[in-house]
Design a protein around this ligand. Structure first.
Ligand code: AMP
Ligand code: GLY
Length: 421
């Protein structure tokens, strides 16, 4: 088969890396990809939101299947567009994508199907907000309804701050939506749970723990993710059973009942407190950088799993994992997630030996005149499996120490709650 992966991050590089191991693949493309994907697939420079242009390429290159990495094209309806053209594509359609694309949809859905989640209220206007927040204990969580690249959530320690934040969103702080909700603050520890679904059945496809904050000890601004490890040490068999029975199964069944069967990767962001999981949010795709570790820990042929979702026959799939845990550490450009520079030359990659247990996935990188340059905030992901997380982290940090680029920054404490406890 000829396959194209859509996206340009570390997630998409690791998906290409994993797909390359399948013997069913003839040609592999990445749209638009990065310097890393260009080594193992052919990059095609098209904006992932330009569906018509992608379609022309699908015809020209005889592409049999599209695999979508990021959420924005999914929320914009890329799956509906290609299904209409009878082109196979992996991921949820526009209606099903609302579960990430609209927090209001997601919260009302949870209410309708009794899925444990934080108490919430929709805000209609600022006066109603002033009234409602009296019933909410501090801190109050204020959320923009639409996609906001991880910036749509503010945890407010005073009612005054909550009102200010609500006012900003109502006045158009986020381009995607002026709608806003407030939520009760959930205590506990976070974990990520991934499943692949064909709309009727689902198969768990890994657990992970992400580190979203820029600074060590989880301090500073929120980012897309500065590192992660898998499996999550919070999710034991008992908690997993609750996640499946109380959260995932009612979601897959509920979405089907509403007429929006969910096909693709469903990523549940969970808060676990006193062994009880609650849903914080849903994402409709793999996490980045969590995906990078899952792709190295998974033993199955990824393409078979994806085809089972696309062709509605996932039921028979059994997943096989390496016993070893894995960690990924993100090297960013100093200044990220705010202002940062691009076009720094990256050197020394060729001096490091990589194998099936140590990989360097590229995120914001680009090849120019045979040099690899930084091209984004998150630049590289050192991803390592080993007999312990502590050993894996040491190797990942060694890799990032050896690689040189100006203003390189990475957290050295990924996994600290497990490793350094
Ligand atoms: P979200 O974009 O909904 O995933 O939220 C981003 C982050 O905000 C989450 O990973 C949590 O750390 C935090 N968060 C969101 N909602 C809540 C909540 N109701 N209670 C506590 N923390 C929350
Ligand atoms: N790493 C968090 C995310 O992909 O949303």
């Amino acid at each position: 088969m000829n396959i194209a992966v859509i996206g340009s991050g570390g997630r998409e590089h690791s998906i290409c890396y994993k797909l390359k191991q399948s013997n069913k693949i003839n040609r592999l493309y990445c749209i638009p990809g990065n310097a890393g994907t260009s080594e193992i697939s052919e990059n095609i420079e098209i904006d992932p939101n330009d569906f018509e242009k992608i379609y022309q390429t699908v015809l020209k290159k005889k592409i049999d299947l599209l695999i979508v990495g990021p959420e924005i094209p999914l929320v914009n309806g890329i799956v509906d567009f290609f299904e209409k053209k009878k082109i196979k594509i992996f991921g949820p359609n526009k209606k099903a994508s609302q579960i990430e694309g609209s927090k209001i949809f997601m919260k009302e859905f949870c209410e309708e199907f009794n899925i444990p989640s934080a108490k919430f209220k929709k805000i209609k206007n600022i006066n109603q907000a002033k009234d409602i927040i009296k019933d909410f204990e501090l801190p109050i969580v204020v959320k923009s309804d639409g996609l906001a690249s991880g910036k749509g959530v503010t945890i407010c320690n005073s009612r005054k701050k909550a009102i200010e934040e609500i006012d900003k969103i109502l006045k158009g702080k986020f381009k995607t939506s002026k709608k806003v909700i407030i939520e009760e603050f959930l205590k506990g520890e976070e974990a990520s749970y991934f499943v692949i679904s064909d709309g009727n059945n689902f198969v768990p496809i890994g657990t992970a723990q992400d580190h979203k904050r820029i600074g060590e000890n989880d301090t500073g601004l929120n980012t897309g993710g500065m590192g992660a490890y898998s499996p999550s040490y919070l999710i034991n068999n008992e908690i997993e059973k609750k996640i499946k029975n109380k959260i995932i199964t009612p979601t897959i069944n509920g979405m089907r009942k509403k007429g929006y069967p969910f096909k693709g990767i469903l990523y549940a962001g969970l808060m676990i407190y006193n062994s009880e999981p609650k849903l914080i949010e849903y994402n409709i795709r793999f996490g980045d950088p969590e995906c990078q570790i899952l792709m190295m820990r998974l033993r199955n042929d990824l393409l078979n799993l994806i085809l089972s979702s696309v062709n509605n026959n996932l039921k028979k799939e059994k997943l096989i994992w390496t016993n070893e845990p894995g960690i990924t550490v993100v090297a960013a450009s100093k200044g990220y997630p705010e202002k940062f520079e691009k076009n720094y030359e990256i050197t020394n990659i060729k001096k490091i030996k990589f194998n099936s247990k140590r990989q360097l996935f590229h995120a914001g990188t680009i090849k120019k005149n045979n040099k690899i340059l930084s091209n984004g905030g998150r630049v590289l992901n050192a991803t390592v499996l080993s007999s312990s997380l502590s050993k894996a982290r040491k190797i990942a940090l060694d890799i990032l120490n050896k690689i040189k680029f100006k203003n390189k920054y990475f957290r050295k404490d990924i996994g600290y709650k497990v490793i350094d406890r």
